[in-house]
Design a binder for this molecule. Structure first.
Ligand SMILES: Nc1nc2c(c(=O)[nH]1)N[C@@H](CN(C=O)c1ccc(C(=O)N[C@@H](CCC(=O)O)C(=O)O)cc1)CN2
Ligand SMILES: [Mg+2]
Length: 289
């Protein structure tokens, strides 16, 4: 039976570490601030944004949510972001995705000042990750790396198979695993004979967006299975992995809910504090808890 990677427990550990850093920053006269912009009334997005606001406040971060109607124009949204880029109360700016259809996501992301882009979605930060230089790393894949670190799982030389090529998860996930010297394969919806790849995976990261499609016979025995999927099936939350059968085969597995999801918010707080630290010119060693 696989060992369960408890994302709720580790996110709480990470959030406590962040809260300690916030205290040390405050003692130096810096109060980290985060602003989240939400358009429309998408129930899951509203719930994630509430979670971010609550978690930020609990960590001692100054938090504001700007909730706008879904009819907001792209021009108005970009103008708001440009104003927030110059607002010293906020070290982090996040626009909750997905955005309504009439808005070009890339134009909006590009309007965020790269040094306040705590989502790590701006082309400058995407480039920084590709080059392996300092920037901001997207929260979900960063959360996966943090889970592996907390569990003492070393990926050096291991075959990591990432299923999914989104800008939010798949692509940055592959870059991060590569930066830790894993041998990385990226699979996607057009991959032929997917199970031929997944069965070779020492580490499998599933970010497909389809409920329970990764079955036990697709998993290498004693591997690490990370489920990034969040799907709603018959009113219940489930991942991309068929958890019950997969946990009979894997050595480590993340559950859904309570796996990667909670780490996304913990890493947002981490990135926000990092942004504040960098803007104040404070080195990490000065604020290590
Ligand atoms: N601007 C962004 N938009 C979106 C991101 C993002 O990182 N930046 N990621 C996702 C949604 N997301 C955060 O925004 C997110 C998803 C899931 C969770 C989470 O804690 N999930 C729980 C289950 C929660 C539930 O009941 O629905 C879990 O997995 O245990 C947090 C944040 C898309 N948009
Ligand atoms: Mg508030």
């Amino acid at each position: 039976m696989a060992q369960v990677i408890d994302g709720k427990k580790w996110s709480s550990v990470s959030r406590q570490e962040t809260a300690q850093t916030v205290e040390l920053l405050k003692a130096k006269g810096v109060k980290p601030g985060l602003v989240v912009i939400l358009l429309g009334e998408h129930p899951a997005s509203m719930s994630y944004v509430r979670g971010k606001d609550k978690a930020a406040t609990e960590a001692g971060i100054y938090s504001e949510v700007i909730h706008l109607p879904s009819s907001t124009t792209e021009t108005a949204l970009v103008q708001l972001i440009e104003r927030l880029n110059h607002d010293d109360r906020f070290h982090g700016i996040l626009v909750q995705l997905p955005l309504p259809e009439h808005i070009n996501e890339q134009s909006v992301i590009a309007a965020i000042a790269p040094h306040k882009d705590v989502d790590g979605f701006h082309p400058v930060n995407v480039g920084a990750l590709a080059l392996g230089i300092s920037g901001f790393v997207p929260c979900t894949p960063l959360g996966v790396m943090k889970l592996l670190e907390y569990e003492g799982i070393d990926v050096t030389g291991k075959h990591a198979v990432v299923i999914g090529r989104s800008n939010i998860v798949g692509k940055p996930m592959a870059q991060l695993l590569l930066s830790k010297s894993a041998t990385v394969t990226i699979c996607h919806s057009k991959t032929q004979n997917l199970s031929a790849f997944t069965r070779q995976a020492d580490l499998l990261v599933a970010a497909i967006g389809k409920p329970c499609v990764i079955k036990a016979d697709m998993i290498k025995p004693q591997s690490v299975v990370i489920d990034v999927g969040i799907n709603r099936l018959d009113g219940k939350l489930c991942g991309d992995v068929d958890y019950a059968s997969a946990s009979e085969v894997a050595q480590f597995i993340t559950p859904v809910p309570g796996g990667v999801g909670p780490m996304t918010i913990a890493m947002l707080l981490h990135n926000t504090v990092l942004a504040a630290q960098r803007m104040a010119g404070i080195t990490t060693s000065e604020v290590l808890p």
